[in-house]
Design a protein around this ligand. Structure first.
Ligand code: ADP
Ligand code: ADP
Ligand code: ZN
Length: 214
């Protein structure tokens, strides 16, 4: 099952993608997590990506596409994957389609997690992220069991630099300009499914499993 998740920054793509990955035993591939891991490890890619991420801008397609194409060709993706945060531009979507077509495959589902802008700033300012394992929490709606500590791996959870309100506003603008056009792109392929992301996390997941099948 090859799935991509679309939605504004903070819509809940990552939260849902992790649960999908667990339930259907497919890898969760988050480009944001890959970039953050590179930044943490001080790689050349991380250094380049950070310049864009800190400003709320997208990392250029030429730095992003090859990385994802390599990743989805690894052995653990044989039965599918859930891509979270990729594609984010039309050229990225075209690159993904072309890569899959080459191996006689295509995407199965494109799930759009729909949350209006007015809910997003609150979601982001309350988001706490574990930079070690990629888990995300929310101080009010999805808190860690112990304040400030990741339930999954015991590391510290932090407010991401790019989750501060000024940067979130910029990321939303970028989303509307560069990523939202993908909704029409996938509508034309008849694989787009929309879920109401303003519901509680469990209800959103229920709506997604209805789409994917048990
Ligand atoms: P969000 O919470 O907004 O979904 P992500 O963790 O997916 O955040 O991404 C964080 C940042 O990493 C983005 O704002 C962008 O700078 C960069 N990034 C992640 N995925 C992509 C992509 N597919 N193309 C370009 N930039 C990306
Ligand atoms: P994205 O990957 O789309 O950027 P996340 O999955 O990281 O979004 O979620 C953004 C923030 O909102 C996190 O703090 C997360 O814990 C919280 N969150 C996710 N889903 C819900 C939900 N259904 N209701 C309330 N808060 C949520
Ligand atoms: Zn963790």
């Amino acid at each position: 099952m090859k799935i991509i998740m679309l939605g504004a920054p903070g819509a809940g793509k990552g939260t849902q993608a992790k649960q999908i990955a667990d339930k259907y035993s497919i890898p969760h591939i988050s480009t944001g997590d890959i970039f953050r891991a590179n930044i943490k490890n001080g790689t050349a890619l991380g250094e380049k990506a950070k310049q864009y991420m800190d400003q709320g801008l997208l990392v250029p397609d030429e730095l992003t596409c090859d990385l994802v194409m390599d990743r989805i060709q690894q052995d653990d993706c044989k039965n599918g994957f859930v891509l979270d945060g990729f594609p984010r531009t039309i050229p990225q979507a075209q690159a993904l389609d072309a890569a899959l077509e080459k191996i006689g495959q295509s995407l199965d589902y494109e799930i759009d997690v729909d949350v209006p802008d007015e809910n997003i700033v609150n979601r982001m300012s309350g988001r706490r992220a574990c930079l070690s394992c990629g888990a995300t929490y929310h101080v009010v709606s999805i808190p860690t069991k112990v304040e400030g500590i990741c339930d999954r791996c015991g590391s510290e959870v932090v407010l991401r630099d790019d989750d501060k309100p000024e940067t979130v506003q910029k990321r939303l603008t970028v989303y509307h300009e560069q990523t939202q056009p993908l909704i029409d792109y996938y509508k034309k392929q008849n694989i787009l499914k929309s879920v109401d992301g303003t519901q509680p996390m469990e209800a959103v997941f229920e709506a997604i499993t209805q789409i994917l099948g048990a």
